[in-house]
Design a protein around this ligand. Structure first.
Ligand SMILES: NC(=O)c1ccc[n+]([C@@H]2O[C@H](COP(=O)([O-])OP(=O)(O)OC[C@H]3O[C@@H](n4cnc5c(N)ncnc54)[C@H](O)[C@@H]3O)[C@@H](O)[C@H]2O)c1
Length: 326
C-alpha cells in the first residue's frame, strides 16, 4: 500500500512509519516539525507544511496525487491538555481545521481510506473500564477537539464514501527503538525519568483514592502495540464498505497504578557505581484537580473486530525506555 502519514515525525507516527516500511508499504510524510523530529523520517518523501494554514488542503492533495496514495493516517495535531485550556483557539484551529484540510485533500485526490488519532480524553471523567459506548463528555479543549474530529470524520465518511476509523488511544508509553522514544515530558513515565535524572524525588499526586494502592490507575499501552493496531485497522479498511466510520479503544484492558509505574522506573534506574547516591524515593503530594481515580480501556471491540490485542506488559514498556537511558 501507499500511505501518507501526517505527523509522521512525531512519537507515535514515527513508530507506525517504521512498521509500515518494514512490511514493504510505501510511506510519505506531511509534517510541520513543530514537535516532530526530522531525523525520524529522513528516509521518506516529505512535505513540510502546517496543515491548519490556508492552502494546506490543495498542497496535501497534490502531494497525495504525486505519490499515488491509497490511504492516509492522520497523527498531526497538538496534544497538551494544560496548553489546550490556556489556548483553546489554537487547539480547535490546529486539531479540527487541520483535520478538515486533510479530509478535503483525501476527497480531492481520491484517497478512500482514513485513520484518525483520537484519544481516551473524549471520555472526560469516565471511571473504571470504559467501552466505546460510554458517554463522551470531554473536560478540556484537547479532548473536545478530538471528539469534534471524530464527528467531522464520521460526517465526511457518510457524505463522501470514505472508509474511516478513529482510534482512541489510552496512555501511550515505551519505545520500539531508542531513537524513536518520546522526547516530550508530558506523560507519567517521562516525568518520573526526568525527576530521577535531575536527582529529584518523583512525585505522586494523591495516595488516598479508592484503588489498589491509593494512587490513580491508568491503562498504559506500549507504543509498538499501538502501532500494530494502526496496521490492523488500516488492513481492515481495505475490505470495508464505503461510507463507514468505526471507533475503537486502543488499550490493554489492564490498569497499572501510578505507584507501580514509579516503583518500576526506580527499580530499573541505573545506580551501579559504588558511590552512587540511592535512587530518590517518591514523595506524595496532594491530589491534582480533575484526575479520575481509575480509567482503563475495555478493548473488547477492537479484539472482536480486528483481532488486535496488546501483547506487551508494563514491564516491557519500562524495560524499553528506562534500560535505554543508561
Ligand atoms: N502520545 C499520547 O499519549 C497520545 C494519546 C492519545 C492521542 N494522541 C494523539 O496521537 C497523535 C500523535 O501523538 P504523538 O504523541 O506522536 O505527538 P507528537 O507531538 O510527538 O507528534 C505530532 C506530530 O504532528 C506534527 N504536527 C503537529 N501539528 C501540526 C500541523 N498543524 N501541521 C503539520 N504537522 C503538525 C508534529 O510536528 C509532530 O510530528 C496526536 O494527534 C495526539 O493527539 C497521543
Amino acid at each position: 500500500m501507499r500511505i501518507l502519514v501526517t505527523g509522521g515525525s512525531g512519537y507515535i507516527g514515527a513508530h507506525v512509519c517504521r512498521l509500515l516500511r518494514d512490511r514493504g508499504d510505501h510511506v510519505v510524510v506531511v509534517d510541520d516539525f513543530v514537535t516532530g523530529i526530522r531525523d525520524r523520517v529522513a528516509e521518506f518523501a516529505q512535505l513540510e507544511l502546517s496543515l491548519a494554514e490556508p492552502g494546506a488542503a490543495d498542497a496535501v492533495a497534490a502531494f497525495a496525487r504525486e505519490h499515488a496514495v491509497d490511504a492516509v493516517i492522520h497523527f498531526a495535531g497538538r496534544k497538551q491538555v494544560a496548553e489546550s485550556v490556556e489556548h483553546p483557539l489554537m487547539y480547535w484551529h490546529d486539531n479540527v481545521a487541520g483535520l478538515a484540510a486533510v479530509l478535503e485533500a483525501c476527497a480531492a485526490s481520491g484517497v478512500e481510506a482514513f485513520l484518525f488519532s483520537s484519544s481516551a480524553a473524549v471520555y472526560g471523567d469516565a471511571l473504571g473500564h470504559v467501552a466505546e459506548g460510554a458517554p463522551c463528555t470531554p473536560v478540556n479543549p484537547y479532548g473536545a477537539s478530538k471528539l469534534a474530529g471524530e464527528w467531522l470524520t464520521a460526517d465526511v465518511a457518510r457524505a463522501s464514501g470514505l472508509r474511516a476509523t478513529s482510534l482512541r488511544y489510552f496512555n501511550v508509553a515505551g519505545a520500539g527503538w531508542p531513537e524513536l522514544a518520546d522526547t516530550a515530558v508530558l506523560n507519567l513515565v517521562p516525568m518520573v525519568m526526568e525527576r530521577l535524572a535531575a536527582g529529584e524525588a518523583p512525585r505522586i499526586f494523591g495516595d488516598d483514592y479508592a484503588t489498589v494502592d491509593g494512587t490513580c490507575v491508568r491503562d498504559f499501552v506500549h507504543v509498538l502495540d499501538l502501532a500494530e493496531a494502526h496496521l490492523a485497522a488500516l488492513d481492515a479498511l481495505a475490505g470495508a464498505p464505503s461510507s463507514t466510520h468505526h471507533v475503537f479503544n486502543v488499550g490493554t484492558g489492564t490498569g497499572s497504578s501510578v505507584r507501580q509505574v514509579v516503583e518500576g522506573v526506580r527499580a530499573r534506574w541505573p545506580n551501579s557505581a559504588p558511590d552512587s547516591p540511592p535512587v530518590p524515593a517518591a514523595v506524595v503530594e496532594p491530589r491534582r484537580p480533575g484526575d479520575p481515580a481509575e480509567v482503563v480501556a475495555d478493548p473488547s471491540r477492537i479484539a472482536e473486530a480486528l483481532g488486535w490485542r496488546a501483547r506487551r506488559t508494563l514491564d516491557d514498556i519500562l524495560d524499553s525506555v528506562v534500560g535505554a537511558c543508561d
